[in-house]
Design a protein around this ligand. Structure first.
Ligand code: UDP
Length: 505
């Protein structure tokens, strides 16, 4: 394949999008040798650069270029240097997304500059689904836009269709409804809706921003999806039918090569933070702690890159964990309403909790950030209590680790519904940032998922192991036996190259 091609990418400014975009850039570079430029705001570029430079031993950092797009948060009444949604109020998050429309003009300039310098437009643009406007900008320099969904097919379709059709407007609160694009018998519930959408009626600022962007994204040349066709075949088909353009399932896209489940001894893990964020405890310490535990015995708890929980939920969770008595690693952050970067206060947890957990080696608290993928890859990790963000879901399933779900925002409740109802790999603890939990419920769901004689837990594990097998097969690239995600990627490039040759002739 000719390496004399250039692809320009534009992720939305959120960790859970930047990292799969970077992984996609790496995958494309490794497959094709094309030049890749990722465009974003200055602070996010800094974050991407540091993530891109930290590689596993023996891994050559990919040659990826970065282009800074100016972004002035104060113009939109946001705190200075705000370049992602962390620590913003709900109202500010809305304003932040509207402000991303400012990227259009510098992005157009970037594409024009590349076109002028190279004497031809880039092969394509790959943009986030929040940036439907990228279609028009790509066309203006004579190229095409592809949309990259960092969500799975089920969650993406539900999110897309609920925002575009607002089907819940036709039913009362606490009621179920069907979603266009899904068969009628797939009932969704109003409690599964993100709070932004619950009140949306098409005239609010969220609808006014998102509906046009999603509609425009559906006019892309095609969609790339961070999923594996075999793990959600029906959803991929429904998504294709709904958006009516090709969908290439090319996942999973992880920041590093898929790691093997291992103990830390003899593994090839480095202590580098692949996320560009600072882990609360060194990876070595986490892995050593995991080495002391028996296989499949540890519950890993994390709510993604953005979320935290309320002080009362934190207290119930800690009490339930202690009562359940299973070893755990908990990525813990200051509760909602407190500064995440400030000191962690013992009063947020039951009296003496941290000390007791540490003395008995029962629990490890990691403040703010952990090396998640490496923890999930350790053979002692048995179950993941997760907010069901799609990256976390793919990371967990790729290691055959079943899930206890606590979906909080975005499309996470749809992901959780699929994990429970379609895949049978999860049990839901509660739903929503405001979701009610009690220590008793926490203990019950841990027992259900982790007890040796829980038939439900055993079934979840068996199904998760089946998902792991399918994910590994999808990315196997040995001789004739190419997996489905590798074939999808090959097909995508054939399509793009054919199109580019036709436009030259
Ligand atoms: N992550 C991590 N350490 C943490 C929290 C999150 O490495 O302490 C990574 C996690 O491995 C995943 C990403 O951040 O790749 C979170 O993405 P996800 O889609 O699960 O959730 P989001 O952050 O977008 O809500």
């Amino acid at each position: 394949m000719s390496s004399n091609q250039h692809i320009v990418m534009l992720p939305v400014m959120a960790h859970g999008h930047l990292i799969p975009f970077l992984a996609l850039a790496r995958r494309i570079y490794e497959t094709t040798g094309f030049t890749i430029t990722i465009a974003n705001t200055p602070l996010n570029i800094q974050h991407l650069r540091s993530t891109s430079n930290s590689s596993l031993p023996g891994d050559e950092p990919p040659r990826i270029q970065f282009a800074e797009l100016p972004f002035c948060s104060v113009d939109h009444g946001l705190p200075p240097n705000t370049e992602n949604t962390e620590n913003l109020s709900l109202e500010q998050i809305g304003r932040f997304f509207c402000a991303t429309l400012d990227l259009k003009s510098p992005f157009r300039q970037l594409l024009s500059d590349i076109t002028a310098t190279e004497g031809k437009p880039p092969l394509c643009v790959i943009s986030d689904f929040f940036f439907g406007w990228a279609n028009e900008v790509a066309h203006s320099v004579g190229t095409v836009n592809l949309t990259f969904s960092t969500s799975g097919a089920y969650g993406m379709l539900a999110d897309l269709s609920v925002w575009l059709n607002l089907p819940h407007r036709r039913v009362a609160d606490s009621y179920d409804f069907s979603v266009p694009g899904f068969p009628d018998e797939y009932r969704f519930h109003t409690t599964q809706l993100h709070q932004f959408i619950r009140k949306a009626d098409g005239t609010d600022s969220w609808s006014k921003f998102l509906q046009p962007q999603l509609s425009l994204s559906m006019k892309s040349l095609g969609w790339l999806c961070n999923t594996v066709e075999e793990i959600e075949p029906l959803s991929v088909e429904w998504l294709r039918n709904y958006i009516k353009v090709p969908v290439w399932p090319i996942g999973p896209l992880f920041p590093t090569r898929l790691l093997k489940r291992s103990s830390s001894t003899g593994s090839s893990l480095s202590s580098a933070s692949h996320s560009g964020k600072q882990p609360g405890i060194s990876l070595e310490k986490c892995l050593k702690w995991l080495d002391l535990q028996s296989p499949g015995s540890v519950l890993y708890i994390s709510f993604g890159s953005q979320n935290t929980i309320t002080a009362s939920q934190m207290m119930e969770l800690a009490t339930g964990l202690e009562e359940a008595g299973k070893p755990f690693i908990w990525v813990i952050r200051a509760p909602i309403g407190f500064d995440r970067r400030g000191e962690f206060k013992a009063e947020w947890l039951p009296d003496g909790f941290e000390q007791r957990m540490s003395n008995t080696k029962r629990g490890l608290l990691v403040k703010n950030w952990a090396s998640q993928l490496e923890i999930l890859c350790h053979k002692s990790t048995g179950v993941f209590l997760s907010h069901c963000g799609w990256n976390s879901v793919m990371e967990s399933l790729s290691q055959g680790v079943p899930i206890i779900g606590w979906p909080m925002a975005a499309e996470q409740a749809y992901n959780s519904k699929m994990l429970v109802e379609e895949m049978g790999v999860s049990v839901e603890l509660t739903r929503g940032i405001e979701g009610h939990i009690s220590a008793k419920q926490v203990k019950e769901s841990i027992d259900l998922a982790m007890d040796k004689n829980s038939s439900k837990g055993l079934r979840m594990k068996k199904n998760a192991v089946e998902m792991e097998k399918q994910i590994r097969e999808a990315i196997s690239n040995e001789g004739e036996k190419k997996g489905s995600s590798i074939r999808a990627m090959d097909d995508l490039f054939k399509t793009l190259i054919c199109r580019s040759l036709k436009s030259i002739n």
